[in-house]
Design a protein around this ligand. Sequence first.
Ligand code: FE2
Length: 248
Amino acid sequence: MLFNFFKSKDSAESKLFYKTDIHCHIMPGVDHGAQTVEESLQLIEAQQRWGIEQIILTSHVTDDTFENNPETLAEGFRVLSEGVKDAGNPIKLAYSAEYRIDTLFVNQLENGLIVPMPDNYLLLENAFIQEPIGLDRLLFDLKVKGYKVIMAHPERFPYYYGNLDRYKELHEAGNRFQINLLSLAGFFGKDAKKTAEWIVKNGMADFLGSDMHHIRHAETIDKYLHSGEYRKLLPWLERTVKNDIFKL
Ligand SMILES: [Fe+2]
């Protein structure tokens, strides 16, 4: 029933212009994204309809709520890889995580428990209430350690809305930005959408991500990919988005 939504709309215009998703919660049972392999497969198939061929799985790692570690992530990846193989699905998968900047992250970093993306990229998420204290220092230290920081959906943090120059500062410091398709689609409200478009038009959208947790997210993104709004934004997006640097 849910998938009737997609069936009539599998047209060329619904495609993404890249083949790699670098932010999603479709590893089964490790956070509040997909809970079963079946759900994971549904979400993977939705992405494949948009032309996605490879996915970096980025489950949450946060204090208290989702205290994942290299073992839980490896186990989720094993289960999903097996499910994908059994289903005969050709999707290419790799995994890392979406690391919230908190004490667990700092702990895991100190203890060598970070699972980076290919090529040492790290997807980091700010807190939503306020910018993490000492953020610039932490980002600098990560660079010194050889990590390439991708800030997850910077357009979703309200404390930046009155200070757009801060985005330029963070970007000029060498941090890469990953914008959510869901933000562009308006899923997180007008301010996040407007800010996402501003970041795109100011040349700072280095990556796009689905940040997909469940099928409603897929439906929202699908609708957006059919919109004139997406078509109008495409020339800007194509100029800076480089999701396909990853070869899985
Ligand atoms: Fe996420």
